[in-house]
Design a protein around this ligand. Structure first.
Ligand code: SF4
Ligand code: ZN
Ligand code: ZN
Length: 324
């Protein structure tokens, strides 16, 4: 006998489609979708993520997480009075990126959101695998840095107030604990629900799924009938994060809701963690944030292409996001 089949939705009394242990709720598809939307709404309110009239740029990957973020935020634009657009960065990782791009286009159309796509091959003539081969580094070690740089640049050039990221509760709990274990305490500050930017060259970030579990994002897109990425990136490997995830999953199993309580207590104590020791400066070549005279992205381009792209790159990105 399947207990889920027999259970009834706590809201409408029809057969339930899922049980949320952390909330002790049986829910049918419709009421599950409403429940997750309400969780995102509460999160946006609780952490004062969006100011009225704000322009928000959602970073979308084609995965279940960022699609859930985009779809839920798109339903809240009227309530919080903000404008929402989306950006996808095509990393050029074979079929994985082809599938991601196709899904992003579909999801943005379903959500009725204007979007722009930055293709690394078009922009730099280099995909992540090519870039990694040229500088002899593992793809994942440059991928995150390239995405962060371009997302911020796109946000600056589009003139948005905030960039919205699809990071969910399970991943955030892992990153926070990992940084704690490694005593990278300054980095914990960057993992809160909202990070303020610096006027003109560093766009602030919000994480509307700060209190939403990964499992719920998978259910959300599936119950909403939204396609999401089925292929895994070929460069994904098991690392320290997966061991930490298993530990946190065990805690959640023993005490449902543990991760939410953990994330909330971190959010309350963020100001106690040390500020970065370096001053955020402007890169002398591209004007984007840097810890030294030249940012790591410009240094990487000099190594690979023999010249920094600097302001030329900014012009190209400005043109791509001009349709937003
Ligand atoms: Fe980038 Fe793939 Fe590594 Fe993720 S797993 S950081 S998408 S290269
Ligand atoms: Zn119901
Ligand atoms: Zn630079």
């Amino acid at each position: 006998m399947n207990p889920i089949r027999e259970a009834l939705c706590s809201r409408c009394g029809r057969p339930a489609d899922t049980y949320l242990r952390y909330a002790k709720l049986n829910l049918c598809k419709e009421h599950f979708l409403d429940y997750i939307l309400a969780r995102v709404e509460d999160t946006v309110k609780r952490y004062r993520m969006i100011k009225p009239k704000a322009r928000i740029l959602a970073a979308v990957s084609g995965g279940k997480d960022s699609s859930t973020m985009l779809l839920t935020l798109s339903k809240l634009t009227g309530k919080f009075d903000f404008e929402l657009t989306a950006l996808h960065i095509d990393l050029g990782i074979d079929e994985y990126s082809t599938e991601a791009r196709m899904i992003v286009e579909k999801v943005c159309r379903i959500a009725g959101i204007r979007y722009a796509i930055i293709g690394l091959e078009d922009l730099l003539g280099l995909s992540i695998p090519k870039l990694a081969r040229r500088i002899y580094r593992p793809p994942c070690s440059i991928c995150g840095a390239v995405k962060r740089y371009l997302l911020n640049l796109a946000g600056v050039e589009a003139g948005v107030d905030m960039v919205a990221l699809g990071h969910h509760l399970d991943d955030l709990a892992v990153y926070i604990l990992k940084n704690f274990l490694l005593q990278n305490l300054e980095d914990i500050r960057k993992l809160g629900p909202k990070t303020e930017g610096y006027d003109g060259f560093l766009v602030g970030r919000i994480r509307p799924l700060y209190e939403v579990y990964e499992r719920d994002t998978a259910l959300y897109v599936s119950f909403a009938g939204i396609p999401y990425q089925s292929l895994e990136c070929p460069f994904h490997s098991v690392g320290m994060e997966d061991r930490i995830r298993a530990f946190l999953d065990g805690m959640e199993e023993d005490s449902p809701g543990f991760k939410i309580a953990f994330a909330r207590s971190i959010a309350r104590s963020l100001s106690k963690y040390p500020q970065p020791r370096y001053e955020v400066r402007r890169c002398g070549l591209c004007g984007m944030p840097s810890q030294s005279d030249v940012c790591s992205f410009c240094r990487m381009m000099m190594k690979v292409l023999g010249k920094p792209l600097g302001l030329e790159l900014r012009d190209r990105v400005r043109e791509i996001v001009s349709k937003l």
